[in-house]
Design a protein around this ligand. Structure first.
Ligand code: ATP
Ligand code: MG
Length: 241
């Protein structure tokens, strides 16, 4: 039996057929503003609040105060308290970018990983993390090394990725193949705002629902509507893309 880690995001665990495969790494891709960072915050926060699982949040994009404000903006008012208690461990951009190579950044992390207190990890974003490396071959090697280390330390990981979804115009990056799961967050403009969708394109070892489902970002973060009429990437006219 495959063990699963619940995201705790309403509706998302349903289309994942229960949750994310434990000790795996899932890529969360989408355009700017699609909700990637919010999903990461929710995943870590729900872990602590609802599932008794501590989490590590690595951000190359924001500092601790920005992360706190983003968490509070979706109603996670006691985020800071959990950070102070150590249930949520943050490595923000000030800390991560102080080191100038991957190995020194990793050194910082390894102590925390060693005591196996943490079960969830978010890397926001893989796109920024890859800037540590000079070429695609190095990026690929280190991504594999890193995901192995995370998995060996019993972490179930989400990595955000700045990648749109308009296939085939968008190249599918190697990182999509190298990770265990691929979730896409999509948004399309409307007269009154945006329509948002989620698409779970892949989850190794899991029988998932690969249709595209509507979602919203509200107080509390993302809510997916698994019972609303769904789209398929394969269908023509009714596709949101
Ligand atoms: N409290 C809230 N209520 C409703 N919508 C919100 C709230 N907070 C944020 N949003 C929406 O979520 C979007 C930002 O989501 P998020 O920061 O997760 O995007 P992202 O995919 O990480 O973008 P980027 O690639 O720029 O980092 C905002 O553009 C806003 O529309
Ligand atoms: Mg973001």
């Amino acid at each position: 039996m495959v063990e699963l880690t619940k995201t705790g995001v309403d509706g998302l665990d349903d289309i994942l057929n229960g949750g994310i495969v434990r000790n795996s790494t899932t890529l969360v891709s989408g355009n700017p503003g699609a909700g990637k960072s919010i999903l990461g915050l929710q995943y870590i926060y729900n872990g602590v609040k609802r599932f008794g699982e501590k989490g590590i949040y690595l951000s190359f994009e924001e500092n601790t105060e920005d992360i706190r404000q983003a968490a509070e903006s979706i109603g996670f008012d006691d985020w800071h308290h959990h950070v102070e208690e150590g249930d949520i461990r943050i490595y923000d951009k000030q800390v991560l970018l102080r080191e100038n190579d991957f190995s020194s950044s990793l050194e910082l992390l390894l102590d925390d990983l060693d005591d196996k207190r943490y079960e969830r990890l978010v890397l926001d974003s893989l796109t920024m993390f890859q800037l540590f490396f000079d070429n695609e071959r190095e990026q690929r090697t280190y991504l594999l090394k890193f995901t192995d280390i995370l998995s060996e330390n019993n972490l179930t990981t989400l990595m955000t990725n700045e990648q749109g979804t308009v296939f085939p115009e968008t190249d599918i990056g190697l990182e999509n193949f190298l990770t265990d799961g691929n979730i896409y967050l999509l948004q399309t403009p409307t007269d009154s705002g945006v329509n948002r969708y989620v698409w779970v394109a892949k989850m190794r070892k899991q029988n998932i629902d690969t249709d595209i489902f509507p979602m919203e970002i509200l107080e509390g973060g993302l809510t997916v509507h698994p019972n609303a009429s769904a789209f398929s990437m394969m269908s023509g006219d009714d596709s949101p893309l």
